[in-house]
Design a protein around this ligand. Structure first.
Ligand SMILES: *Cc1c(COP(=O)(O)O)cnc(C)c1O
Length: 427
């Protein structure tokens, strides 16, 4: 495919290039395995000496086409689809961490990732130190240890809607000899490409805007190919020293800038197996084909709704980086010049009950756990995802007790606004 194609063209066309007489849509290779004429050929595949398909837990042509499209959108060298966003973040780290290691993560991240890093990884012997991303470089540096293997943040945090200073994080990570991993779920590559700001590995929950239709759970890990593992070989023995499970092959020597991606497939996916189903990959690809159009509409609608909310006397506060007086507006101008996403965080004057009354009065906007979908939807973390926490515990987790997460869809913004207004009149 021609180089330097624009993002919109990549959304529609990257990844699958049909040859003469082949289907124009990505075919669903709904097959566990692939047939070979002789055993020698298959043996070569098992030794990673030849490229090809043999078992869909490792690789599948449908998944590869969709992963290739996402890699092209992010400007990476390789990508791997996973069964969920959770699996993507776990694998992105577990590919370079083991028991006894440590990671540094922003405390402004998705609740599921916060639990994964803070609780579950700990059971595997991997410790995480959470830092306040707005803290000074000097203070964040103090979280690093000799055994630190990665740094992690979210471009736009879920549910807080805070914008990450990616360059600052990349500088800190690199001065400590570790890669920066950024979860780019909310911004999508349409609005931010973290590799352009020094990030090394990008993850997504494709469940959100990439799918966009609330049809499939999925995730992806994308590698920029830029991080020099060998320059920090002592930290990354898994990539820079021989892998016993592949006859002593060394990933960086054999695969160059594809080392990280190859290891993730050949070792982590082989052994842990959270693979995307080819049918789900097909559905994600349908979403990707219109991602550029949907993101523009999400941003346009959300901007209008955020402006309305910020001018309404019943609203206590609004956090949307597209608002000129927002505390993240300067960061947004730098990292998200074309728009951020459809998600707005805001609070109503009153208490938890006021938020519930407003939500229960909505007619068009749905109450769901989901976010970043073509349908407008809403969630009150204090009453739903985080309902076990007291107001104080919520604040410690970086979530205001009155925070309402409004995910603005791509319906007509007149209708969304009318629904918000009529529900406000009922509180
Ligand atoms: C939803 C989400 C995840 C988890 O993804 P799943 O597909 O639900 O497993 C991770 N990160 C962010 C930012 C998310 O919004």
């Amino acid at each position: 495919m021609k180089k330097d194609l624009k993002l919109s063209t990549l959304c529609v066309k990257a990844g699958w290039e049909p040859k003469n007489g082949e289907p124009i849509a990505v075919p669903v290779y709904q097959s566990t395995t692939f047939k070979y004429d002789n055993s020698e050929e298959m043996a070569m595949l098992f030794d990673l000496k030849k490229d090809g398909y043999f078992y869909s837990r490792l690789q599948n042509p449908t998944n590869d086409a969709v992963a290739k499209k996402i890699a092209a959108l992010e400007g990476g060298v390789g990508a791997v689809l996973t069964s969920s966003g959770q699996a993507a973040n776990f694998y992105a780290l577990f590919n370079i961490c083991e028991a006894g290691d440590h990671v540094v993560a922003s405390n402004e991240i998705y609740g599921g990732t916060f639990n994964l890093f803070g609780v579950t990884l700990k059971k595997l012997g991997i410790e995480c130190t959470f830092v306040n991303p707005e803290d000074s470089e000097e203070n964040i540096m103090k979280a690093f240890r000799p055994n630190t293997k990665a740094m992690f943040g979210e471009t736009i945090s879920n549910p807080g809607c805070n914008v990450l200073d990616i360059e600052k994080f990349a500088k800190i990570a690199h001065s400590n000899g570790v890669p920066l991993i950024v979860d780019n779920t909310f911004a999508t590559p349409i609005n931010c490409r973290p590799f352009e700001w020094g990030c090394d590995i990008v993850t997504h929950s494709t469940t959100k805007y990439m799918d966009g239709h609330a049809a499939t759970i999925g995730g992806v890990v994308v590698d920029s190919g830029n991080f020099d593992w060998d320059a920090n070989a002592k930290k990354f023995p898994g990539l820079c020293t021989p892998d016993e499970s592949y006859h002593g092959l060394t990933y960086t020597k054999t695969f160059g800038n594809m080392a990280y991606t190859t290891k993730l497939v050949a070792q982590i996916m082989r052994d842990l197996g959270s693979i995307q189903s080819p049918h789900n990959a097909f559905l994600i690809n349908l979403g990707l084909e219109s991602l550029h159009l949907r993101m523009a509409q999400h941003c346009k609608n959300a901007q209008r709704i955020a402006e309305f909310l910020s001018n309404d006397s019943r609203v206590a506060w609004v956090h949307y980086c597209g608002l000129e007086n927002d505390r993240n507006h300067e960061l947004a101008k730098k990292y998200l010049p074309n728009g951020s996403c459809g998600v707005i965080a805001f609070g109503l004057k009153g208490d938890r009950e006021t938020a519930i009354k407003w939500m229960d009065s909505l007619e068009l906007i749905n109450i769901v756990t989901h976010v970043a979908d073509c349908r407008s939807c809403v969630l009150h973390p204090a009453s739903h995802t985080h309902r076990q926490l007291s107001d104080e515990q919520l604040r410690e987790a970086g979530i205001a007790p009155d925070l309402i997460r409004l995910s603005v869809g791509i319906e007509d913004s007149d209708d969304i606004l009318d629904d918000i207004k009529q529900a406000l009149d009922k509180i």
